[in-house]
Write a protein that binds this ligand. Structure first.
Ligand code: PGA
Length: 251
């Protein structure tokens, strides 16, 4: 049985004060949710204070990005050990916005995943096809390649620590969720690939769905056999809405 994981990707939203206010409202709503991993990924400046607000709770802290290097002349970047130091347990890597807007390649994503694991952090590795790629019938080819390249440095003994997020780019922030069947088809494909690569460990890897997940569609998505949770943008910004997603997604 894979433990479900519901993660909030706040992207470039919330000041420190707003993040702490979210935690104050959110923690009481999810305090009894013990059969699900709950993760909040705020912008970097909020990590320290939000981490303190979450201290001792059942909600884990994540970064939205990381640099694979340990230290050095990399202006504007943040190293894995710095994320660990500030209380992170996870970091999102390879989000489609970073791939598309900042030119991040799967090879770079693979280096990030490797450095995170080496530092004792759990990578949430995102993959997903664009609308153009889906319409051209290239979904499995694109997702398969991203997966293979992005996990290139992960070894079978560490594979279970990785979370994969399937996020079709055409469903992110657009209100167009993939139907549960469409999502399951790709999740099953990913599961098969993970099995080929990591043998039985592939079965332990959680695969989240992401892209316009909301309280009214999470149930049907979670009912699919290979959907182990969700990576949520817009609907994670309000404590009530994300708490509802946690409640429904844990079931
Ligand atoms: P969305 O974003 O839920 O707002 O579509 C999901 C994501 O990009 O992780």
């Amino acid at each position: 049985m894979r433990r479900p994981i519901l993660a909030a990707n706040w992207k470039m939203h919330k000041t420190i004060g707003e993040a702490v206010a979210f935690a104050d409202a959110f923690l009481p709503l999810v305090k009894d949710a013990d059969d699900v991993d709950i993760v909040l990924a705020p912008p970097f400046p909020c990590l320290d204070r939000l981490g303190q607000a979450l201290g001792g709770s059942n909600v884990a802290l994540a970064a939205q990005n990381v640099n694979p290097e340990a230290k050095g002349a990399f202006t504007g970047e943040v190293a894995p050990a710095m994320l660990l130091d500030v209380g992170c347990r996870y970091a999102i890597v390879g989000h489609s916005e970073r791939r598309a807007l900042y030119g991040e390649s799967s090879e770079f994503v693979a280096r990030k995943a490797e450095s995170l694991l080496a530092a004792g952090l759990l990578p949430i590795v995102c993959v997903g096809e664009s609308l153009e790629e889906r319409e051209a019938g290239r979904t499995m080819e694109v997702v398969g390649r991203q997966l293979e390249e992005s996990l290139a440095s992960v070894t079978a003994d560490r594979a279970a620590e990785v979370v994969v997020a399937y996020e079709p780019v055409w469903a992110i922030g657009t209100g167009k969720t993939a139907t549960p069947d469409i999502a399951q088809e790709v999740h099953a494909f990913i599961r098969g690939k993970l099995g080929e690569r990591f043998a039985t460990a592939g079965d332990q890897i959680r695969i989240q769905y992401g892209g316009s997940v909301k309280p009214d569609n999470v149930d049907a998505l979670r009912a699919q056999p290979d959907i182990d949770g969700a990576l949520v943008g817009g609907a994670s910004l309000q404590p009530e809405s994300f708490a509802e997603l946690v409640r429904l997604g844990a079931a």
